[in-house]
Design a protein around this ligand. Sequence first.
Ligand code: ADP
Ligand code: ZN
Length: 440
Amino acid sequence: MAGRDTEEGMYWEKDIETMNREDLAALQLERLQKTIGQAANSFYYNNLFKEIGLKAEDVLALADLGKIPPTTKDDLREHWPYGFLATSKDELVRMHSSSGTTGRATVIFHTQSDIDSWTNLLSRCMYMTGMRKRDVFQIMMTYGLFTGGLGFHYGAEKIGALIIPAGAGNSKRQIQLLKDFETTVIHIIPSYALHLSTVFEELDMDPQDTHIRIAYIGAEPHSEKMRQKIEAIYGFKAFNSYGLSEMNGPGVAFECPFQNGLHIWEDNFLVEILDPATLQPLPDGAEGELVLTTLVREGMPIIRYRTKDLTRIIPGTCPCGRTHRRIERIKGRTDDMLILKGVNIFPIQIEKKLMEIPRVGKNFLIILDREDYNDQMTVKVEVERQFFQGDLKHLEQLRRKISEGLKSDILITPKVDLVEPDSLPQSEGKAQRVIDNRKD
Ligand code: ADP
Ligand code: ZN
């Protein structure tokens, strides 16, 4: 086990976490050059580098990164599944994919060394917040292709904690497990944490009456107020965890005990904040799109990945002593991706499905609400007029067909309301497809 508590703080890898900025920049440059060499083995980057006339040895300074056009999710999709692969398939030990998206989900491949460095990042994050060998860690996130479950699992195992791999859902069982085994740390989606508290109430139990002292909340945007609410309900500390499948998953940026922004691990990722319109770099403090480059990936290096997440670098240093810069909690996204119960959904996915179903009219509206701390999606769908004059049974059949069709595509069962043609608001410009009523 690498971790050690010193007088100055709690570090998993003190040398790296507190490395001075000059040494960190030198390490980054060395790793960037290696990454570019490695990326050139992939079909995608090989072509790209040829197109722009770039050779690995041309990258002499971190600023040279700006010569390479950013990579987008569409690039990954268009070169699905192996276009970004930079090693032989024999070297791969695991694949993951981005949550919620179906069909051509983004697929990420890892070698053993990729898994090891990802695992180490998660150990670093959790150790930083105080997880130790003696802890009992209940993971209430989905395992499988989704990165949340397995990512945290391996990291905690490396620390030596006892893991309860509960997976997502089944609230009563979650509560039973955390009572029976005296869980001290949990990993949970913020909206689900609020929902779970209502189940405590139903069971006539007090959410404060557990052994949980730490929670990791992430995978979806949430406000500071929401964090405070979760902390107040349960009486534990909730740390914000940020990541995305393309950059492994969780473990990209994480809050330290000072909870004043998320340290982004700059020995593993090169961080840029770009103006999303001009793609020009912005200085520390200015809000823009987070763009990340992997620095230690073998299987699938990704250079200048546009996360679409909006944030800023918080200027100044953190009292915890870590030198890796901090990003502010994610403000929102530059695209229209919705995140519901941790699942990513694009309105276009809903539109595509609806448009495949006969008798569906031309307009629809997605409404997001938070009832009992549980996120709900309602889809209002215009249908052909004759439906409203005919048999109610047919309406009900259509409603069910839409609901089931959507469920199979977006993995969430929305409430479906059928409405008459032209009854939904029409906008003159870009259609407003989503009304988000979710509040903290
Ligand atoms: P995951 O499998 O972890 O959900 P995805 O790649 O499917 O990863 O989704 C990643 C996206 O989820 C991020 O780009 C971001 O928009 C959102 N996200 C993840 N963690 C957070 C967080 N702590 N706060 C806000 N948004 C987050
Ligand atoms: Zn800190």
